[in-house]
Design a protein around this ligand. Sequence first.
Ligand code: NAI
Length: 328
Amino acid sequence: MVKAVVAGASGGIGQPLSLLLKLSPLVSELALYDVVNTPGVAADLSHISSNAKTTGYLPPNDGAKAAFKDADIIVIPAGIPRKPGMSRDDLFNINAGIVKGLIEVAAEVAPNAFILVISNPVNSTVPISAEVLKSKKVFNAQRLFGVTTLDIVRAETFVAELAGKSNPQELNVPVIGGHSGETIVPLFSKVTPSVTIPDEKYDALVNRVQFGGDEVVKAKDGLGSATLSMAYAGYRFAEKLLKAVAGVKGLVEPSYVYLPGIPGGKEIAEKTGVDFFSVPVELGPNGAEKALDILGDITEKEQKLLNAALEGLKGNIKKGVDFVHTPP
Ligand code: NAI
């Protein structure tokens, strides 16, 4: 019996993500929360003949609390998306407050839930979430995840295209670091089964993984950023986590986590000098069971990318932490 919540359920990501969760045999109850339109989205989804009992909630009458109450997993794609010319960091001023408010509710009524943060800038909204949970004394790093899966999904697709592989999902392409521009670090030397990226194509491929989101923002021409591919990516991560919690072994997916609170993470935090970082995480009944250190013997080029990522990440993390302790 799993109760899943989507916060921001009426949005571009929220609706298809809710549809995918509604179809999942692992979900028995699906609560949809948003500041608009959830009664309609919930009524619509509730006619699908799958297991999950689906309900919609709005802010009046403590709707957020009612939606989040005793949730097992809360997925958060609430907030505004990018328009052309905007960076993810430009979203901070609005989305930081939205995420903070939602996490406060989660801390109160669902302190043991797995929380998956999609709202950008993920590099800062996850530190915000951790600080809020810490201040409410319910922080468990093994249960808080920044969803970076879309970067992996894009990397699989682009590498498969270049390497002439017909099924991108047979590739495992680790992407580490953060979730915006230069903080995204694809490790092509660690792709399995291994692929050869021609030297002259390397920079363009890295750039496409780091800035692939811009292609969608540009193509949507003012109507937002990735929604359908993000819903798929968010669902892929949620499904893996739910399967691992149910006892399936050997499931690994990179995620942006608080390293010092996860077995194996402290050493990576010491090595990188950052507490929040995306690495492949082994999933299990407790959530993030182990952070896997794959930083050993990376190439010189990858080390350069990593150094640039760490610079950017430090500022993004500090901005999130400061927001909670000294609100504007
Ligand atoms: P959208 O604008 O279509 O949907 C956002 C939804 O959040 C709206 O329905 C809105 O009413 C709702 N909302 C606003 N304030 C809320 C609150 N306080 N409580 C509950 N719901 C609230 O935006 P879209 O395209 O779905 O993107 C959502 C977020 O996901 C953005 O921040 C975007 O940057 C981020 N994103 C993250 C990605 C990732 O890889 N982690 C990829 C793509 C987008």
